[in-house]
Design a protein around this ligand. Sequence first.
Ligand code: ZN
Length: 427
Amino acid sequence: MGWVSPKVYAILNNSEKGKTILEGIGDKDQATVDKEVDEFFHNSPVHKITSEDEKKFIKSKLKPVWQGSRAGPKIEFLGDDINEAINSLPRNESELILNALRDNVSGGIWQGKGQGYFSVYEKKIVLDRYMLLSSPYYEKNGVFFHEVGHAIDYSLGGGNRTISSTFISQKHNVSLAQMIYDEASQITDEQFEQIVKESEEQRQDNLQEKISVLSNELTSIIDEQEKAYAKIREKENGLIESKFGKEAVGIRVYQYNDMCFLKALNDNGIKSLSDFYELDLTKQQEIRKKIEPSVKKSVEEFKNFKQHLFEINPELKEASEEYSKIYQKKLDKNLEIERVKNVNTRIWGNVADLIGGAHKKKGADGINFGHSASYWETYQKYNLGTEAFAELFDGLTNSKVSYYNMKQVFPKSVEIFEEIINGQGRK
Ligand SMILES: [Zn+2]
């Protein structure tokens, strides 16, 4: 059944054109409703970030303060993408975002690997490109809206407290933090599993069928990749392999950088990148300092050698570019498959996280996704309140299905959240 968020509902309900869309909801499929709603907003005078100043503002906030060691692409390019996402929101929400960034993020947004968080003390947001763009567990840009949700929670709370714990609902007479605890702690793992199962049945989305179609597509891309690789081998005459090893053939400079970085970590007794990012920051910096000069040197050599080869052999350059394109296609297809497999995590992950939080554990049966038990053990209700706020904000702005699911399971909490967003909770 089609549906829209309450905020969108209110806007649609305000015009004749919008009303006709709403009347059809229930008979139409979700994709049709989404399309009509998108068209409606496209032609409506909602808040648009059109002035150059506002565009620059978002971009300035996306400027990486710290790039790490990686020679990879910067996060700034996401500026246009995120501007566009904010553009499609109703005025109220985009203003909340802009104000929260103004109030709470001073230096910019950091690019962190494997991390996404908002720090009120350091006035920064840390975002991982992978989580923003290519994780199967989140909607695209979802982590941005989540962390901005935390910033809004603080912004509306006055800067050092959160609105999710200070605002007392007129309707329910408690805070969001209290209500989400009350609602989420009543739901058992068994009940949650049942809810997810019913939603799967309702969707009837034939996951297996979709996965098998996509897997066939993947197989033919892998064939293409092998052919393109053979072509590089033919053109490079063993030059790259003899100098940099077999695994360096056909890869890009940043991939070679990652490879060298990982190898240097291995030489220092660290097995994987995720092991490295689990170390505390001081230790990470210490290791970086030790291994980076040699990694950098090898990467420089690789880069110069490749450039030289390309100059003297344009056919190799062409073959190499072709290979990169196919390689990217393979990554995209893999992600598509992972997204189909993980649809439940994306649409139910937030609900699982909050139920887990109320029981001081990670996620709930079937979807063991979310914050760790130790996170919930400290200031449980406070953390539950602020996560509920951030997850609801992310849902409202960027993931309608997740929002709808939270509304089904935690109806009173969502009512309090809407009171706050609709202006009652403004400072
Ligand atoms: Zn959070």
